[in-house]
Design a protein around this ligand. Sequence first.
Ligand code: SF4
Ligand code: SF4
Ligand code: SF4
Length: 266
Amino acid sequence: MSRAKNPGKPRQPKKLRVGIYGITGCAGCQLSIIFNEDDILDLLDLVDLQAFPFIKEVNADQHFDWVIVEGLVASEQDLATVKKLRRNAKYLVSLGACAATGCVPAYRQFTLKENYEHLLYRKQKRLKDVEPTPIDAHVKVDYYIPGCPPDKKEILGFFTAIARGIEPRGTDNPVCVECRKNGNACLLDQGKPCLGPITAGGCHAVCINGGLECWGCRGPTKDMNLNLMIDILRKKGFDDRFIRDRMRTFAGLKLPTLNRIFHGKG
Ligand code: SF4
Ligand code: SF4
Ligand code: SF4
């Protein structure tokens, strides 16, 4: 009869193999993961962090259960990385606004080249840029953690859910719901251009709590009424150019009808 090894020791459940990667972006989303020291330790308890090149020297590059990607596709290298990560992971998560909507780096789609030419890396010849696009323009995305940057607690909540085998869930409510729960006076009523009504919540209306209007960094809600939002802002006295530019700042690539409403570039 064979004897069980360590008969008194309960077997530890296998942790999920996770990779965290960044393509074109400012790394702020990845910093959101590591800046909360307590949470990063909790994270290491929850999952087997196989790859996180931003902070780890040795990284696996395949056989992930979940791979988390910050940034948008803005170069051929980004595209190759995203496709490879998709092949090597069961689930792929878009982390932050760049990955989900293209965010501020995608704004070059909406302006003339002479407006940003001076910002290009002239010596980085090996960078082959492509039209900026969110990750889901190229590969299937299984889950989105929105925001610029995403909320640290929301990131940890995501990892806690997947580690427990629970489907992670965001909210479909607009920012206004959390804003009103917080008892804020509405900034639209004060004549300020707040995009809360068309923006996905989950940030606890952090900007409005601090007296700043929502710029839409968590992306549009699924059932937004874009035309109504534009009408409201027009009635508040904002001109079309202002409204268009404000709406394009974080989510322009996800609002293609703006082109029709406001007649394209410029
Ligand atoms: S979403 Fe914001 S914080 Fe994250 S990489 Fe893009 S610009 Fe940086
Ligand atoms: S301040 Fe903005 S987010 Fe808050 S209720 Fe008004 S429109 Fe909505
Ligand atoms: S209030 Fe708007 S801009 Fe501010 S964090 Fe929330 S979604 Fe982003």
